[in-house]
Design a protein around this ligand. Structure first.
Ligand code: SF4
Ligand code: SF4
Length: 127
């Protein structure tokens, strides 16, 4: 059962009541596999990767190295960034070949809205 805790800001994500220590599995193990999609980690990003389609050579290095599987690929091609799960670590931009530099990191506050526009094919934004 998901309930908003009293005084918790409603940001569109239902927050469950904190579990008591007796409810937590031994060792803090995650016993339900495949639940990463439920946890949106993009809201604490400081920098966002902005993908430039016109510069991209589709080498897929960014997709291979992204630790959060936040580079969206369709039919073998990058189509954008999933901003709901991108943490803004910058690895994709770092791995993008220097000759093309198709991903640039921008301050989230300055790039708001712009990155979503650069997402070909509907990369998900958290706005
Ligand atoms: S900034 Fe990090 S988390 Fe976001 S798409 Fe790039 S590699 Fe993935
Ligand atoms: S690493 Fe750069 S050039 Fe390669 S697919 Fe990703 S954005 Fe495109």
């Amino acid at each position: 059962m998901s309930t908003l805790k009293e005084g918790t800001a409603d940001v569109g994500i239902a927050r469950e009541e904190p579990k008591g220590w007796r409810d937590v599995p031994t060792g803090g193990l995650i016993t339900e596999a495949g639940n990463a999609m439920e946890y949106e980690t993009g809201d604490w990003r400081t920098f966002r990767p902005v993908w430039h389609k016109d510069r991209c050579i589709q080498c897929l290095f960014c997709w291979v190295y992204c630790p959060d599987s936040a580079v969206e690929v369709r039919d073998g091609k990058v189509v954008g960034i999933d901003y709901k799960h991108c943490k803004g670590c910058g690895i994709c931009a770092n791995e993008c070949p220097p000759k093309v530099r198709a991903i640039k990191m921008e301050l989230e506050s300055e790039a708001a809205g712009e990155g979503a526009a650069g997402n070909e094919g509907g990369g998900k934004d958290n706005a």
